[in-house]
Design a protein around this ligand. Structure first.
Ligand SMILES: [Zn+2]
Ligand SMILES: [Zn+2]
Length: 490
């Protein structure tokens, strides 16, 4: 009986563990060649502001008096740059949001199994590809990208995790801490020759992680004065930092600014799920290589936001969150993060058609590389006669599309290149998911068959022991009756 019980427990444990093997597997592959566009990039440096937990509507809408809560950012939308909504995916948490933004892929579910610690899986990022990255903000976010980076070129400055309480009374202090430290850093750099030359290099990134809005949202909800006031504070801070950068670099026009958030927040102050208040985040970009505002008379969107925000006449360019990673890398001319599945939003670029076409081509090759590695891996572990390749993207098809795209570039048919590369990217992404879920059906069927087998075995065993019992009982009754009869006869 004990053996049977142990066996049953073991079988259930194996079935439970199979869930992790079938569903919680990392989609990331390794061994791709880095890809970058062979043309001079528009920017030498990039400044990324992430206002943690900032909803798109909270930034874009006007208050009851018709004034913007973030006048500086609003002015950028109208006079300097491009804007839109960045659509995030579930789970709408800080870590996956930042990974999508900076590494270009949607957080791997295998991270869940490993407890969402720093880098449960190795991945490449914009910071890793940059020459140097300096980052300021929360100790929960910054180390994630610094530890994954090869070499010592990603620098982090964060407040002590235990001292995060200094923002308990007024969470905007978490943001002013960042702004003040960035200013001090540049002040210090003027008297430090080696730092001064580093920040004058090209392909560098400055990352400002602003946690105040998220903290205020959790504590007081997004409809509160605190949350809204924090947005104003961030707007003021961004304005100061931008003017400091322009001053420091002598208005050389070689800085790109990106302002966005990792996820939004529900009306009751939470995030993690897929409600639009959590998944819609703002994206405002300006500076080197970014398109100036485009006035339009009409725009087609399924929602009524443009009217609500009174931005009907400024072209809105929506992206998926992971698309921001290739946008940033192409602006400073570093390779696209190796595991990025983002599609370069070319409409944001103020550059030649050749640059856009070449960048799209790089993007397509970079995603195709992942597809090829994934296919090879699957092929290696599958018996040759059982292997069914992804039919929509055979070797010859890949070759033909790439050759065609190259010839279009040669003949300066740039629009055709962009659409052809987009087609290739969509096929490669489909193929990636095909190989990622390749064994899922087979394993699923096996688990079901195994489970049904176990249930049948266990039921049979129970029925058998039960019928033995009945047999045993009836035998006993017979014996007793016999005894009674004998006694009566005596
Ligand atoms: Zn967050
Ligand atoms: Zn939060």
């Amino acid at each position: 009986m004990l053996l049977f019980f142990t066996l049953g427990l073991l079988i259930h444990f194996v079935f439970f563990a199979s869930i992790f093997d079938i569903y919680f597997t990392s989609p990331l592959v390794h061994g791709m060649t880095p890809q970058f566009t062979p043309l001079p990039p528009p920017a030498r440096r990039l400044v990324l502001f992430v206002a943690d937990g900032l909803r798109a509507d909270a930034l874009y809408e006007l208050d009851e008096n018709g004034n913007s809560r973030a006048p500086f950012i609003r002015n950028i939308i109208m006079h300097e740059g491009s804007w839109g909504i960045s659509h995030t995916r579930v789970p709408t948490e800080s870590r996956p949001g930042h990974v999508a933004l900076i590494a270009g892929f949607y957080e791997d579910v295998s991270a869940v199994a490993k407890g969402w610690k720093e880098n449960p899986v190795e991945f490449d990022s914009l910071f890793n590809e940059s020459k140097y990255t300096w980052s300021w903000g929360s100790p929960d976010i910054l180390p994630m990208f610094a530890k994954g980076a090869s070499g010592d070129h990603v620098y982090t400055y964060s407040y002590d995790a235990k001292r995060e309480d200094f923002g308990a009374q007024d969470a905007t202090k978490l943001d002013t801490w960042v702004f003040d430290n960035v200013k001090d850093f540049f002040h210090h750099a003027r008297n430090n020759q080696s730092l001064f030359s580093k920040i004058n290099e090209e392909k560098i990134v400055f990352f400002l992680h602003l946690l105040g809005i998220d903290t205020n949202g959790h504590a007081h909800r997004p409809s509160s004065r605190d949350y809204k006031h924090n947005i104003k504070k961030v707007d003021d801070g961004v304005k100061e930092i931008v003017s400091m950068f322009n001053h420091f670099y002598g208005n050389d026009g070689k800085t790109t600014f990106i302002f966005t958030s990792d996820h939004g927040m529900t009306d009751w102050g939470s995030h993690g799920a897929g409600h639009p208040s959590e998944t819609l985040t703002p994206l405002v970009t300006w500076g080197a290589g970014i398109k100036y505002p485009q006035r339009v008379s009409a725009q087609q969107f399924d929602d009524a936001f443009l009217k609500e925000w009174r931005l009907e006449n400024w072209k809105r360019l929506d992206v998926n969150q992971a698309d921001i990673a290739p946008l940033m890398t192409s602006l400073i001319g570093v390779p696209f993060p190796l595991n990025s599945v983002g599609i370069l939003p070319v409409d944001y670029l103020n550059n030649t058609d050749l640059f856009k076409a070449e960048s799209m081509f790089t993007n397509a090759v970079q995603i195709l590389e992942q597809f090829k590695v994934k296919m090879t891996q699957k092929k290696e572990v599958t018996l040759p006669f059982l292997f069914t390749p992804f039919k929509l993207l055979s070797d010859s098809k890949q070759f033909n599309i790439l050759r065609k795209a190259r010839s279009y570039i040669k003949h300066r048919k740039f629009d055709e290149v962009v659409s052809l590369c987009k087609e290739l990217i969509h096929l490669a992404l489909k193929g990636l998911s095909y190989y990622h879920t390749y064994d899922r059906f087979f394993l699923g069927v096996n688990v079901v068959i195994g489970f049904v087998g176990w249930i049948s075995y266990a039921s049979l065993l129970i029925i058998k022991s039960h019928s033995n019992l009945i047999k045993g009982v009836s035998k006993e009754v017979k014996v007793r009756l016999e005894n009674v009869r004998i006694q009566m006869m005596v």
